[in-house]
Design a protein around this ligand. Sequence first.
Ligand code: FAD
Length: 419
Amino acid sequence: TTDAPRPDVLVVGGGIGGLSAALALTLQGLRVRLYEQAREFGEVGAGLQLAPNCTRILHDYGLLGEVVRLGFLPEHMIMKDALDASELTRVDLKDMERRYGFPYLVTHRSDLHGVLLRGCERAGVELVTGARCVTYENIEGGARVTFADGRSDEAEIVLAADGLHSVARTLLVDDEPVNSAYVAYRGAVPFERVAANDVHEKDVVLYVGPHCHFVQYPLRGGRMFNQVAVFRSPKALAGRDDWGTPDELDRAFEGTCGPVQKGLPSMWRDRWWRMFDREPLTKWVTGRIALLGDAAHPPLQYMAQGAVMAVEDGWVLAQHVGAQLAKRSVRGSGVDWETALAAYEAVRPEHCRRVVLTARSWGELWHHSGTKREQRNAVMRARDTYDYAFMDWVYGPTSLTPDQEPPMYRTIPLDSVRV
Ligand code: FAD
């Protein structure tokens, strides 16, 4: 146990989810200590898309200006067919900003992570690195965590933002990550490397193809360019352990259009990300221990909402805490944690369940071949650029209570589409 005074809240995990939750609760006046297992805080040097339901919250924390300055505000989001490069549909992101009140932006992960880290430092979050949490337990009036080196710490609550392989999650469910057999290659390079490649300098472009897709967007004011290549691994389907290797990358994109082919040589080939999600979980809280971010709801990244949902989680909990502190009276932090955590658990798991499941079907739609591909293309081409029916429930204001949650759109059965 450290000598410093006992904090109100412990956060385990210093990713985007943990840092933003620590910041949110500190801005409500609570004392927060955050533990990260790595020796240094950091993120992968690749891109991240942040939808209006995240930029709205960054604005609330006073951080949006800095994130916009470091990032890029794309003009359109365009979906194309990866085989023939034809445009299927687009979103006008300036119009989208008018609709939702906040921008859709793209950022370098380490820039966003750095903004959150500096925000935490300024707000007074106590940041501890090199501390790997191995157990969580509820105690009288709070919760305790123990670290690999034998130290322990306790507070009124513990938020576990410890990612896909969360230790805390095992207190709630005995499950395993679900292997999608898809793998992602990334590459963020100076813009000059791709300038001659038929790229859109100001847009997010997604090429959807049979069992593969390719994403491109600028970063850092257009000085860098981010690409993501995702494909289904035959070796994964065959049950092999050595799946997702660069030879599979090359084969997966054979037959794709020129702009995709030209982008592939700029991918990093020395590391790749195998894509797992988990079955949705409806209980995230046990006593004074609560899950947050990927620990609670790791998605496949097809809706670009993983980090965004993690940011929303911390904001929602802090809003409920803030509402209580407005009527502050008692000892300790003055928070009635049972009520605050129940309010958190009443709204977030259902929303995130929808996103995780929709991300799976969204991925299936992207990866169709044959007739289904043609049906998909017909549906996408028929979409009005200014139709937001599929987006309001995600990009609209984050709900604080279940009754604010907008109804989910109904998926279009592809078999009913004539091509
Ligand atoms: P993590 O980032 O996994 O952070 C967990 C932290 O906890 C880490 O720092 C880890 O070191 C620490 N930790 C773990 N265990 C312990 C322990 N026992 N003790 C102490 N510390 C511990 N999301 C978007 O919103 N937009 C996108 O465009 C997007 N694109 C993506 C593209 C790809 C290819 C992938 C793979 C994901 C993408 N995502 C995107 C998803 C997003 O990256 C994640 O959902 C998000 O980073 C999760 O944040 P987190 O803080 O919950 O977890």
